[in-house]
Ligand binder design. Structure first.
Ligand code: UDX
Length: 454
C-alpha cells in the first residue's frame, strides 16, 4: 500500500490480560500488512514474547505493579493501578522513543492505538500531540451497556432491584437488567466511575473486534451517540495472517488434536472457561460427574490454578466417573482453541462466553452452552441465546444433574441440532464479512490514520 513512501509508525498499547493482548496483537499484524511499522508498548507484567513477532518492535514501560498485585490476579485492581501510576512512565518512555525513531529511522508516530481499559493513555497522547484511537476488545453491545448504566444511575434506577431483573432495559435492544455488567456487583460505584472514564472516545474514532451484521443495531446506536468514526473490524483472528500469532499464556497441548481425530463428526463437547474464570473445586467434581453421566465425548480444559494437583483430584473421583472420563473424555491444561473449534469432531462448546471465545466459536459454526461469570459475559450470553439463537442460556447451577441435562440438550436433542444449523449459517455470514464490511472498515481506518498525518 505505502511502498516507496515514508512508513508511518503505529504504537499499540494493550493491557496485560490474555483476552485483550491477543486481539491487539492480531490488529497489529493486520496493520503491519497494510504497510505500517508497529511498536507494541507493554508492561513488564505478562509481557508478550518478542520472538513470536519478528516484525514488531517492543517497548516496555514501568508498570508500577507490586508483586502482591501480580500474584493476586485481581484484574480490576491491576487496571486501576496502571491507569493511575503509568501516566509519567509511559509519557517519558514515549518521549525517548519518539526522539529515537526520528534520529535512527526518520519515522514519526502516526497514531497511538490503545485498549479502552487504559483510559489514561488519552491524556498522554494529547500531551505528546499524537492522534489516538481507542480499541475495544469486547462487543459493541457491551460498550452500549456502559452507557446505559451511566444513564440508569442518573435517572435513579440504581441499585437495580431483583424484582425487575427480567425487565428489558429502556433504550437497549433486548437486554434485561440482569444482563448488565453492573447487576449484582458488590461495588457498583467503582464500576460506574471506571466505566465513565472509558466512555469518552477519542475524536478519531473507535475500533471494535466485531462484525457489522452481528451487531448492526448496537453499532448504529453507538453511531448516533458518538459522532465519531466507528470501525467494526472483525473477527480479527480471521483477518490476521495468524500463522505465527500464538500469544499463549500456557503451553498448548496438541495431543488433544490426535484425540479429536479419532472421534465421530460433531460428537465432542469442548469445555473451557477462558483465561480467568474457573470452577471451584467442589463444582469441578459436579462438572466431572455431569459430563461423565451425559455419556457424550468431551474435551475439557482445566487450567493449573483451578485445582492444585489435577491427577490426584481425578484419582479421587468415584470409579464410574473415572471410567466415564477415561472412555469419553480428554482433560488438558490449555488447548489450541482455534484448532479445536475448527475440528470437525467438535459439535458444541461449553463456554464462559468471553468475547474472543464467542467470536471464535461463531466463526466455526459451533453452538454454545453459556456459563457467563463476570463483565461482558452475560451480555454475550444474551446475544448468543436470544439474538443469534446459537447459545443455550441455562440456569448456571453447577450440579451434576443440571449439567447432564444441558449437555444432552446441546449435543443430543433436536434443540441443539437446530442451533448447530443456525450456527453454520452464521459462520458463512461472518466469513463473508472478512472480505466485505470488515475489510471496508479496515480500509477506512487506514485512510483515517493517513489523513490525520498529511
Ligand atoms: C477476558 C474477559 O474475561 C472476557 O469476558 C472479555 O470479553 C475479554 O477478556 P477471557 O476470560 O480470557 O477474556 O476470555 P476470552 O475473551 O474468551 O479469551 C480467551 C482466549 O483464550 C481465547 O482467544 C481462546 O482461544 C484462548 N484459549 C482459551 C486458548 O487458547 N486455550 C484454552 O485452553 C482456553
Amino acid at each position: 500500500l505505502m511502498e516507496n513512501q515514508i512508513r508511518h509508525h503505529l504504537v499499540l498499547i494493550p493491557p496485560p490480560f490474555h483476552g485483550h493482548l491477543t486481539p491487539m496483537l492480531q490488529l497489529a499484524s493486520i496493520l503491519h500488512s497494510k504497510g505500517f511499522s508497529i511498536t507494541i508498548a507493554h508492561t513488564y507484567f505478562n509481557s508478550p514474547n518478542p520472538s513470536n513477532y519478528p516484525n514488531f518492535n517492543f517497548l516496555p514501560y514501568f508498570d508500577g505493579l507490586s508483586n502482591t498485585q501480580i500474584t493476586s490476579k485481581n484484574f480490576i485492581d491491576i487496571t486501576s493501578t496502571l491507569n493511575t501510576k503509568c501516566v509519567s512512565p509511559l509519557k517519558e518512555t514515549l518521549v525517548h522513543y519518539i526522539a529515537k525513531l526520528a534520529n535512527e529511522k526518520h519515522e514519526k508516530i502516526a497514531c497511538i492505538i490503545y485498549d479502552g481499559l487504559l483510559h489514561f493513555i488519552d491524556s498522554v497522547a494529547k500531551e505528546l500531540k499524537i492522534p489516538s484511537i481507542v480499541f475495544r476488545t469486547t462487543s459493541a453491545t457491551n460498550f452500549l451497556t456502559y452507557h446505559a448504566c451511566a444513564q440508569l444511575q442518573s435517572k435513579g434506577y440504581l441499585p437495580l432491584q431483583d424484582s425487575k431483573s427480567c425487565d428489558l432495559v429502556p433504550e437497549l435492544d433486548l437486554l434485561r437488567f440482569k444482563d448488565l455488567p453492573i447487576f449484582n456487583l458488590p461495588n457498583p460505584d467503582d464500576f460506574l466511575q471506571n466505566s465513565a472514564k472509558t466512555l469518552s472516545i477519542t475524536p478519531f474514532g473507535v475500533i471494535f473486534n466485531t462484525v457489522d451484521s452481528l451487531e448492526d443495531s448496537s453499532l448504529n446506536q453507538l453511531q448516533q451517540l458518538y459522532k465519531v468514526n466507528i470501525f467494526p473490524i472483525g473477527p480479527l483472528h480471521m483477518i490476521a495472517d495468524d500463522s505465527n500469532n500464538s500469544q499463549s499464556i500456557l503451553r498448548e497441548n496438541h495431543n488433544c488434536i490426535s484425540w479429536l481425530n479419532n472421534k465421530a463428526r460433531k460428537s465432542v463437547l469442548y469445555v473451557s472457561l477462558g483465561s480467568i474464570a474457573s470452577w471451584e473445586e467442589k463444582e469441578l467434581t459436579e462438572v466431572a460427574c455431569g459430563l461423565a453421566n451425559s455419556k457424550q465425548n468431551f474435551l475439557w480444559v482445566i487450567r493449573p490454578e483451578t485445582v492444585k494437583d489435577v491427577s490426584a483430584w481425578l484419582q479421587s473421583l468415584s470409579e464410574d466417573v473415572k471410567v466415564g472420563i477415561a472412555e469419553r473424555g480428554c482433560v488438558v491444561k490449555w488447548a489450541p482453541q482455534g484448532e479445536v473449534l475448527a475440528h470437525e469432531a467438535v459439535g458444541g462448546f461449553w463456554s464462559h462466553c468471553g468475547w474472543n471465545s464467542t467470536l471464535e466459536s461463531l466463526c466455526e459454526g459451533v453452538p454454545i452452552i453459556c456459563q457467563p461469570s463476570f463483565g461482558d459475559q452475560r451480555v454475550n450470553t444474551r446475544l448468543l441465546s436470544h439474538v443469534w439463537k446459537v447459545g443455550l442460556e441455562w440456569c448456571n447451577v453447577i450440579l451434576r444433574d443440571e449439567i447432564e441435562r444441558v449437555v444432552r440438550r446441546l449435543m443430543v436433542n433436536q434443540e441443539g441440532e437446530e442451533m448447530r444449523q443456525r450456527a453454520s449459517e452464521l459462520k458463512h455470514e461472518i466469513r463473508l464479512a472478512v472480505n466485505g464490511s470488515s475489510c471496508d472498515a479496515l480500509d477506512g481506518l487506514v485512510k483515517c490514520i493517513l489523513s490525520v498525518n498529511v
